[in-house]
Structure formats: structure tokens, C-alpha cells
Write a protein that binds this ligand. Structure first.
Ligand SMILES: *Cc1c(COP(=O)(O)O)cnc(C)c1O
Length: 344
């Protein structure tokens, strides 16, 4: 099987398993796990923040800014089809009691769009906007990368308005690799930022949130409240440290493989795909008139041992990662092009 459903399907490499086996550990809730401490310090430095906190999932990471900066009833501005709105089973509403306002067109937005949608804190009727959230890369719209200048403008506009800012950077290192940007420069405009270890970095679990020492100290409580305070979690942190050492430079390979897949698909008659936006490891394509629907394409591909995901009735996503080679992607491209053909 060539599994392109997500970059979360990777299994730890032999070298990562060795790093896990060797990890020094302690009880992290007493602040005694040296591997967790090392990972947190390393990510804080990577993102240019004062401190960082290891959490089990990106979904939990995304609850932290909502608990830190918002009160129930507040409004949070996000791009279209953000993970926080679409992929967290309503967590934000259930846990923080916030509502979302989506702005922009393709998952990204401008500072002007943020400002136009932002509500003041003291309006008689409107829910106050207390947080703006940016997703880079943007997952559902096809791994889109934000322009660094726009990140800076949105961050600056938020600060000016007294609105907190959060960067959901589950794939921020993909964004940095695609544009040869420094992750710390991308994170700089934001109060809080998260990265995932379990996506392109190939770890079995974990995300890290980074921000000021004060915010991270406050986040420790919310991690506990949400059930995410672990004990000898150094076994997981060790995988993260290994990945930051060995799996960052290779993200460019995933991007090249996605490009190969995307170029083949863009040339297929029934497929709509904007190659200009394809800069990272996520290929989202639409099935035009005459092409079969997404469920049929997924089934046809599965019969040829290629796994992809239906993202809508006529939308399919394929994601490249550590566990698929260039040859795997060549094969997958052939299979997917055939699967999208009319009446195949
Ligand atoms: C995957 C992802 C997350 C978090 O996902 P988990 O599966 O909970 O780790 C958050 N944001 C984005 C943009 C993601 O792609």
C-alpha cells in the first residue's frame, strides 16, 4: 500500500525507536523528565519564544490559546476551513465556549480582512473579538503557505487592536522549508504558536506550544484540565528531539514528491488543481464534470493499493511523507490519474 491519506500515518524509524529506547525519563508533572525539558527548550529556541510546553496532540494545542486569551462567548477570527473549526469535533465551543468568524477566501486572509471582521470589546451587541488564529500551512485548502509579510501584518494589526494572536503551525516547518524562511521569523508576530511532531516530522505523537514564559506557565494548568498532563512522556519527547535533528531537512523531499503527484494530476482531463498553490506536502484536487466523484476515486485507487482521502463529494486529498518514496509517488500518480478518468 502507498498510504497518502495523511502525513500522520508514518511509523517511527528504527533510529527513532532507538532514541526512544535510550531516552532518560522522569515524572513530567513534577518537572522531572529531562527529555521533555530538552524538547521544550529546543522548540522554544527554534521558534524564538521564551518557553514551550509539550502536549499530546495538536488538537489539544489548539485549545490552549482559547483558554488563555478568551472568555466564553468571545469571537475568534480564523481563515476558511481551519482545523480548529472543521477537525476538532466542536472542541472550541464545548471547552472554551467561543464562536468563530471565518474570513478570507482560501484559508489565508489579509490584515484588512481581519480588521473588517474584528468586533470591539465594549459593543452593546457584538461578541468581542479576543483572538485571531492563523493556520500555516493551511491543511484543507492544500498545504497553502502564508506570505511572511502577511503574517507580520496580521500579527501587528492584532497587537494594535489588543487582540491576542495564535499561529496553528502544525506544519509550520513545512512552510519554513517551502519558502526558505526561519521558523522563528514566521512565529515572531504571534503571541502563541504550535508545531506538530506527529505530521511531517514522523513522530508517534505530540505537539508543542510556545510563547511567553507567563503564558506557557498558565497553559500547564489547561493541559492538566484537558487530561493531557503525562508522566514519563520523555519516551515521546525523545522521538521529537530525534525528528528535529534528522527529519527537518528532508521535508523538501516530501514537497518535491507532492509536486510530482500534483503535476501528473493537473494534466489529467477531469482534474482541477492549481499548481501555483502547491508548495508543500499536501495535494488537494477537485474532480470536474465528467470525472467520477471522490468516493469512487478513493475506491478505485484503493483497489490499486493507493490510499487517499475524500475531503468532499468532489474533493480528494493526498499527502506525502517520510514513509512514501519517490517511486511510490510515481506509482500513485499513475494510479490516481487512471482513477480520475471518466468511466474507468
Ligand atoms: C493535524 C492538525 C492539527 C492537530 O491534529 P492532531 O491530530 O490533534 O495532532 C492541528 N492543526 C492543523 C492545521 C493540523 O493539520
Amino acid at each position: 500500500m502507498v498510504d497518502l491519506r495523511s502525513d500522520t500515518v508514518t511509523r517511527p524509524t528504527a533510529a527513532m525507536r532507538e532514541a526512544i529506547a535510550r531516552a532518560p525519563v522522569g515524572d513530567d508533572q513534577y518537572g522531572e523528565d529531562p527529555s521533555v525539558i530538552a524538547l521544550q527548550d529546543r522548540v522554544a529556541a527554534l521558534l524564538g519564544k521564551e518557553a514551550a510546553l509539550f502536549v499530546p496532540t495538536g488538537t489539544m494545542a489548539n485549545q490552549v490559546p482559547l483558554k488563555l486569551y478568551c472568555r466564553p462567548g468571545d469571537d475568534v477570527i480564523v481563515g476558511r476551513e481551519s482545523h480548529a473549526v472543521w477537525h476538532e469535533t466542536g472542541a472550541a465551543a464545548a471547552i472554551a465556549g467561543v464562536q468563530f468568524t471565518e474570513v478570507g477566501a482560501d484559508g489565508r486572509f489579509t490584515a484588512e480582512e481581519f480588521l473588517a471582521a474584528r468586533n470591539p470589546r465594549d459593543h452593546l451587541l457584538y461578541p468581542p473579538t479576543t483572538l485571531v488564529e492563523v493556520e500555516d500551512t493551511q491543511n484543507r485548502k492544500g498545504g497553502l503557505v502564508w506570505d511572511r509579510a502577511e503574517l507580520e501584518r496580521v500579527g501587528a494589526a492584532a497587537r494594535e487592536q489588543g487582540v491576542a494572536s495564535y499561529l496553528d503551525g502544525a506544519r509550520l516547518l513545512n512552510a519554513a522549508a517551502a519558502r526558505a524562511d526561519d521558523p522563528a521569523a514566521l512565529a515572531a508576530p504571534f503571541d502563541l504558536v504550535s508545531i506538530a511532531l506527529s505530521k511531517g516530522l514522523g513522530c508517534p505523537a505530540g505537539s508543542v506550544v510556545a510563547g511567553t514564559r507567563e503564558d506557557v506557565a498558565a497553559a500547564v494548568r489547561f493541559r492538566r484540565m484537558l487530561g493531557g498532563a503525562m508522566r514519563q512522556s520523555g519516551v515521546l519527547a525523545a522521538a521529537g528531539l530525534h525528528a528535529l535533528e534528522h527529519h527537518v531537512d528532508r521535508l523538501a523531499e516530501d514537497h518535491a514528491n507532492a509536486r510530482l503527484l500534483g503535476e501528473a494530476l493537473a494534466a489529467a482531463p477531469g482534474v482541477e488543481l492549481d499548481l501555483a498553490g502547491l508548495e508543500t506536502n499536501i495535494v488537494v484536487f477537485h474532480l470536474g464534470e465528467g470525472a467520477p466523484g471522490a468516493p469512487a476515486v478513493v475506491e478505485r485507487a484503493r483497489a490499486q493499493e493507493v490510499l487517499v482521502m475524500a475531503f468532499g463529494p468532489r474533493t480528494v486529498r493526498a499527502v506525502t511523507h517520510l514513509d512514501v518514496s519517490r517511486d511510490d509517488c510515481r506509482l500513485a500518480a499513475e494510479v490516481l490519474v487512471a482513477a480520475t478518468a471518466a468511466g474507468a
